[in-house]
Design a protein around this ligand. Structure first.
Ligand SMILES: Nc1ncnc2c1ncn2[C@@H]1O[C@H](COP(=O)(O)OP(=O)(O)OP(=O)(O)O)[C@@H](O)[C@H]1O
Length: 325
């Protein structure tokens, strides 16, 4: 068994549509009609210890529901889940000791307490050993650049500072797994970069397994080795970032450096020149209509090429196109 294992997991919710009119409202006291909403629909995946996995999908795809089942907050309707040999919802307390969770839209901080005191509170709650606690606080405060605000009450902190504090708190008891739900939402570039660096660093230093849901594809690009994409509760893709781009992107950019500063000669309508920058030219090709080899051969016949490079498609664009479809 892998470290984290989901086998054919489904989660359905009962949804009670609002009844219109007084008579229907009365009737619903006796019998309340409901509909079944399938949020997660037969998902399978295995994650090894120490992996950094991006879990993506459009709004309402079922990402948070999956994380909640993995954390033991929700019980699956069917299928099996095991996290480090435990069934999360049957062992909520033991599971909680081994996981750290951060929901970007919610905070675990206490409004009036400064971070320092919240750390102490968590130390007692999780019964964290004094030496490990001291080491972690020092390590996280430094890594997340929290020195200037650990003594200020939470209510005075900016969104980015609060998110950093939440991350430190989630990692304080040295969990083996960190579930992150939109950890960079609403943050500026600098704060995002600090958080990404932190996630990579704790994975490297402590081999923490990370599952990250996000709508920001730069998070995925900068943090994750692997990507799982879901749509309407079903798994659509599971593989490396490179495989994802190869599978879903139709266009590839060929970068040519010519021998001289001349206009690029293109005789095939399937090749689109998208930018000319002195001797450097950028050509976009749709791999469904022309292969990379044919495109380069064609270009070499009409131009004196010094060097050819191929750029991977942009993940942000690729994902946007998939979601739009
Ligand atoms: N408690 C609930 N009761 C009824 N329906 C729910 C409940 N929780 C989630 N859903 C529905 O299940 C589907 C999946 O929701 P979920 O929150 O897992 O999506 P998500 O991928 O995390 O979306 P987002 O990116 O918007 O956060 C949605 O259609 C949502 O409305």
């Amino acid at each position: 068994m892998a470290f984290i294992e989901m086998q054919n997991v489904t989660k359905q919710f009962r949804v009670y549509p609002r009844q219109k009119g007084f008579a229907n409202a009365l009737k619903s006291l006796v019998y309340k009609p409901y509909e079944i909403k399938t949020a997660v629909d037969g998902i399978d995946f295995s994650i090894a210890k120490g992996e950094l996995v991006g879990y993506i999908g459009a709004n309402g795809a079922g990402k948070s529901t999956t994380i909640k089942m993995l954390s033991g907050i929700l019980v699956p309707t069917s299928g099996q889940i095991e996290v480090g040999g435990l069934v999360p919802h049957e062992n909520r307390k033991r599971n909680a000791g081994r996981i750290g969770v951060v929901f970007g839209q919610r905070s675990q901080l206490y409004w009036d307490l400064p971070m320092e005191e919240t750390f102490d509170l968590y130390k007692r709650m999780y019964k964290i050993d004094a030496a490990a606690f001291k080491r972690n606080v020092q390590f996280f405060v430094e890594l997340l650049d929290m020195q200037e605000f650990v003594r200020r009450p939470t209510r005075q902190l900016s969104l980015g500072q609060k998110m950093r504090a939440n991350l430190a708190l989630a990692m304080l008891h040295d969990p083996e797994i960190l579930y992150l739900d939109e950890p960079t939402i609403g943050l500026d570039v600098v704060a995002k970069s600090k958080i990404r660096k932190f996630i990579r660093e704790i994975n490297r230093e402590k081999a923490t397994t990370v599952i990250l849901t996000t709508h920001d594809m730069n998070d995925i690009e900068e943090i994750c080795d692997r990507l799982i994409m879901i749509d309407h509760g079903r798994k659509m893709f599971d593989g490396t970032l490179h495989e994802f781009k190869q599978t879903y992107s139709d266009s590839t950019i060929v970068i040519l450096d010519l021998e001289e500063d001349a206009a690029l000669q293109v005789s095939d309508g399937r090749l689109k020149v998208i930018q000319e920058d002195g001797q450097r030219k950028y050509v976009s090709i749709d791999k469904n209509i022309i292969s990379l080899v044919d495109a380069i051969t064609q270009l070499a016949q009409t131009n004196r090429i010094r060097e050819v490079n191929v750029k991977e498609p942009d993940i942000e664009d690729t994902v946007r196109r998939i979601f739009e479809k």
